[in-house]
Design a protein around this ligand. Structure first.
Ligand SMILES: N[C@@H](CCC(=O)N[C@@H](CS)C(=O)NCC(=O)O)C(=O)O
Length: 209
C-alpha cells in the first residue's frame, strides 16, 4: 500500500475517544502524522468545514475522510494493525462496530444534566453497556482470550481500550468505575495487556500523564 506524503488527524484535545485509536495506530506503526488537537473554543469555527460536522477526520494528501471506523481501517492497513486475511478482518470490524454502537448509545447522555442524565445512564447500565461488554468478553474468549483478531494487536484492541478506559475512568457521572471489572473481568485484563504493549507504552510515555 503506497504511503501518503502527508497525514493530518483532527480530533479533540484529550486522550481517549473516537480519535485515539488512529493516533495510537499511527504512532505504533511509526507513520508520521500531524496530530491536530482541536480546542473546544476553536471547534464552532471548524465544525462546518468537517464532513458531517464531526471529528475525528483524517486528511490524507489534502483529502478528508470522516467516520472513526473507516479512518481506523485505513490507518490499520497503513500500519500493519489491520488483518490481511478477510475473515480476521471481518472479526476485527465486528469488534469495532460493536464498540461504535455503544459509543452511539452513550453519546446523547453527555448533553443531559442532573436527574435526566442519571435516568438515561441507569437505562444504559441496564441494557446497552452490559450487552456490549458481555458480547466483547465472549468474542475475546472465543478468539483465545488475549487479542480480538489475528492473535495479535490490531485496531480492534485499540478501539476496545477506548471504551473500557472511558467506562472505568470514574469521570462519567452515574457509571460506576468498576463496571468493566464487574461485568467482564477479561476485558479489564485485556486493557492492562494492551496498555503494556511496547508501542502503546511508547505513545503514552510522550505525554505528561
Ligand atoms: N459516527 C462518527 C461519530 C463522530 C462523533 O460523534 N464525534 C463527536 C466526538 S467523539 C463530535 O464530533 N462531537 C462534536 C459535535 O458533534 O459537534 C464516527 O464514528 O466518527
Amino acid at each position: 500500500m503506497p504511503m501518503p506524503k502527508s497525514i493530518k488527524l483532527f480530533y479533540f484535545d484529550f486522550h481517549g475517544g473516537r480519535g485515539e485509536t488512529a493516533r495510537l495506530a499511527l504512532s505504533i506503526g511509526g507513520v508520521p502524522f500531524a496530530d491536530e488537537r482541536v480546542k473546544g473554543a476553536d471547534w464552532p469555527m471548524l465544525k462546518p468545514s468537517m464532513p458531517f460536522g464531526e471529528l475525528p477526520v483524517l486528511e490524507v494528501d489534502g483529502q478528508r475522510i470522516s467516520q472513526s471506523n473507516a479512518i481506523n481501517r485505513y490507518v490499520g492497513q497503513l500500519t500493519g494493525l489491520y488483518p490481511d486475511d478477510r475473515w480476521q478482518a471481518a472479526q476485527c470490524d465486528e469488534v469495532c462496530c460493536a464498540v461504535e454502537a455503544l459509543n452511539d448509545a452513550l453519546g446523547p447522555s453527555f448533553s443531559l444534566k442532573g436527574d435526566e442524565q442519571k435516568r438515561e445512564r441507569e437505562r444504559l447500565l441496564a441494557g446497552s453497556i452490559p450487552r456490549c461488554l458481555k458480547g466483547l468478553d465472549s468474542l475475546l474468549a472465543q478468539r483465545g482470550g488475549e487479542w480480538f483478531a489475528s492473535n495479535r494487536l490490531t485496531i480492534a484492541d485499540l478501539k476496545v481500550i477506548e471504551i473500557t478506559g472511558m467506562l472505568s475512568s470514574g469521570r462519567l457521572d452515574h457509571i460506576p468505575a468498576d463496571i468493566v471489572e464487574r461485568t467482564a473481568p477479561a476485558l479489564a485484563a485485556h486493557r492492562t495487556r494492551v496498555l503494556a504493549h511496547p508501542g502503546v507504552r511508547a505513545y503514552y510515555a510522550r505525554f505528561d500523564l
